[in-house]
Design a protein around this ligand. Sequence first.
Ligand code: GLA
Length: 397
Amino acid sequence: MSAIGTYFFTHFNYTPSLAVQSPGRINLIGEHTDYNNGFVLPAAIDKYVEVAIGKRTDGNINMAAVDLNKTATVSIQNLKPHSSQWVNYIIGVVYQAIHHISANKNNNPSQLEAINNGFDICLKGNIPSGAGLSSSAAVECAVLFAINELYDLQFNKMEMALMAQKAENDFAGVQCGLMDMFASLHGQKNKVILLDCASLEFHYYPLDLTDYSIVLFDTQIKHALASSEYNTRRQECEQGVHLIQQSHPLVKTLRDVTMEQVEKYLGPSTDTPNNIYKRCKYIVSEILRVQAAVKDLEVGAMQAFGKKMFETHEGLSKLYEVSCPELDFLVDTVQDNENVIGARMMGGGFGGCTINIIKKDALESVTQQVAASYAQQTNKELVVYVTSIEEGTHLLK
Ligand code: GLA
């Protein structure tokens, strides 16, 4: 039995029907572009959440979170947001699944009946929470994948990603985009995925780093501001779109907007609030940057790719204003280091990790140097993760 299966057995005293592993994610480039219908370039990593699940017959969902040492029970009838956030990550996707099946006119009533009988679920993981590696998306995807298998619901991965996003929006209260759930479910070993968040088309690119490693430097700052500021950034982008729409009614999102339009309708010569201008300028340039970065990847121009990561950081810090002093310090520290070809803050911001592409030969010396200056500057320990790119959500044998 898998380790998570054993935990399940300890809690519930019977053998689970199945177990699932679902990874966290990194994102090479394309930050805050997902909810603006732009492009992102994420990958699934070697940190994950595991769940084991078994059917009940009394209509309850019994949950055991091993790492938190907590349990909870809710009735599957009338699911609504719970006071414990970890519970929301589980019941939010169950609610979405039930809703999705009920809304489908050709649904199979026996599926609804089966799921309404409830289940036991046990979860455990090793994705640091608050580090910007999408531990919550990994939980949502693991649970949804598990119930999809358990009841043979036949959702495809994109449907599950969209349902998990809706669960995060409606139950966890974060107006996030699709990237995290998409990446957790669709990851493939040693590949990054270019997702077009407008058409939902995606394409895998082998990431041949040979002499380089992807290294995350964790500031250990928890992004407490993240969800309120995140939602504000979304609104500012929407306000920019709204202003441009008055002259260009066909513009629906910042994906449809050019740099010239940003300057003309939102720039310093207009009376648009400066924040709206800065946010939109960053997003439109980042959407273009991801497309150019993918061309670098195609021809193996990793130095050019890395340079774009630094440019992204500059934009996130100065224009989008979602960085923090610790993240800026970590990027500044490696900016002129010839062994680091690219670095930037990653994820929503206000803490969490920077993502760095570092020459393998110099890995130890660079990390020691960065850890020492980080400790001196902030009095905090730098946590370092050398990551590998792994398979997305899958069943555990
Ligand atoms: C968080 C959100 C994602 C995305 C990133 C920023 O991780 O969950 O949808 O918007 O921030 O790129």
